[in-house]
Design a protein around this ligand. Structure first.
Ligand code: SF4
Length: 382
């Protein structure tokens, strides 16, 4: 596929930065919902989408995937999400088979809302469950119970969602292998199409008392492989460091990130990538609304992606995809023979058993998966 053809396909990420309350461990940009900002934020989002529909960047493009993330998009009513999706489809050409995902938290969903969301055009639901243990949910400060999460999942299935992801978390304070396995057994009974399993990472712990009870590095590693092996044994493909899917149910939106495909982000803090440029919006709802009203754009900063940088990024993102990078395709697309260019780095990573090359694929080894950041460092030029 040529660069031109790739640029004709785009993905949209739309950020809804509101939550009922801010979780202490959360690294995403989100704020407690302010009712008075709700309608002006949605109007600003629509204005920004409109603006980009007139831009050279999107001329002749078809939208492959739309992802409404947050924050908690399911705090929005079906009328409000309709407003956003209608704006996308009136301003852009949405592919008939587009994947359209809504992120949702169990406490903000109801059967009626699920029916309405589905009618609006969402064909994939991503549920922020995190744990099926009430004690762990309380420690995380989540607003739902295990029972609510299960009910919510069942309702989603009953109303016809055939593509459902469940987010689960490892490394919760006081979490043990036994408590994680309890969550995994409940998950197995529900049998979602896709699972994202993330290890809790604290950048700035707002609750140091709980942070002290995080499992140590060795325990984190055990928790990770407990989940990964359990899910693989159930028949899920472990296709990305933190993601598992039933055959044919990989997240198409995220696959596009890992495959170096362009996307536009709308809303406060949203990031965009257009092959030779990255840019991102201000991480402040009120500032975002003000800037959009004044100038249609709310860019905080941007950086050029040089051809050299693009190759590094493609290599790092490509290695996150566990089946690996197809070396001949990489050469075809970027004109670079990875084995030649990174001969020295690959030799030392190979000696440490962090990376392997088989047939035409370069991939992380089992040992390399949890040390992926150290592996990626090797490919970043100073
Ligand atoms: S609900 Fe999700 S996005 Fe909102 S604060 Fe909690 S973890 Fe962050």
């Amino acid at each position: 596929m040529t660069t031109k053809e790739r640029e004709e396909k785009l993905s949209f990420y739309i950020h809804i930065p509101f939550c009922r309350k801010k979780c202490w461990y959360c690294n995403f940009y989100s704020v407690p919902l302010k009712e008075e900002l709700r309608s002006s934020y949605l109007a600003a989002l629509c204005q920004e989408i409109d603006y980009y529909s007139r831009s050279q960047l999107t001329s002749g493009t078809e939208i492959e995937t739309i992802y409404l993330g947050g924050g908690t998009p399911s705090l929005l009513s079906s009328k409000e999400v309709n407003q956003i999706l209608n704006k996308c489809s009136s301003a852009f050409h949405i592919a008939s088979e587009a994947e359209v995902t809504l992120e949702a938290n169990p406490e903000s969903l109801s059967r009626q809302k699920l029916i309405a969301y589905q009618k609006s055009g969402f064909n994939r639901l991503s549920l922020g469950v995190q744990s099926f243990n009430d004690h762990e949910l309380q420690l995380l400060g989540r607003l739902h119970t295990t029972e609510q999460a299960i009910q919510c999942y069942r309702s989603a299935r009953e109303v016809g969602f055939t593509n459902v992801n469940i987010d689960l978390m490892g490394g919760i304070p006081h979490q043990t292998k036994k408590s994680l396995l309890k969550s995994l057994h409940t998950l197995a009974q529900l049998s979602p199409d896709h699972i994202s399993f993330y290890l809790l990472e604290l950048k700035d712990p707002a609750q140091p008392a709980l942070a002290e009870h995080l499992p140590d590095e060795k325990a984190m590693e055990r928790l990770y492989w407990t989940a990964a092996d359990f899910l693989s044994d159930l028949g899920y493909q472990h296709y990305e460091i933190s993601n598992f899917a039933r055959p044919g149910k990989s997240a198409r939106h995220n696959l596009r990130y890992w495959q170096d495909e362009p996307y536009l982000g709308f809303g406060a803090s949203a990031h965009s990538y257009t092959i030779n440029r990255r840019f991102w919006n201000v991480s402040d709802v009120e500032e975002y609304i003000k800037l959009i009203e004044q100038q249609n754009k709310a860019t905080a900063d941007k950086e050029e992606v040089t051809p050299h940088r693009r190759i590094e990024d493609a290599l790092i993102l490509g290695l996150r995809y566990l089946p690996g990078i197809e070396l001949s395709k990489f050469y075809e697309r970027y004109g670079v023979n990875i084995l030649d260019r990174y001969h020295q780095e690959l030799k030392s990573l190979g000696e440490m058993a962090l990376i392997e090359t088989t047939d035409d694929f370069l991939r992380l080894t089992r040992k390399g998966i949890l040390l992926s950041n150290e592996v990626f460092q090797q490919f970043i030029s100073p």
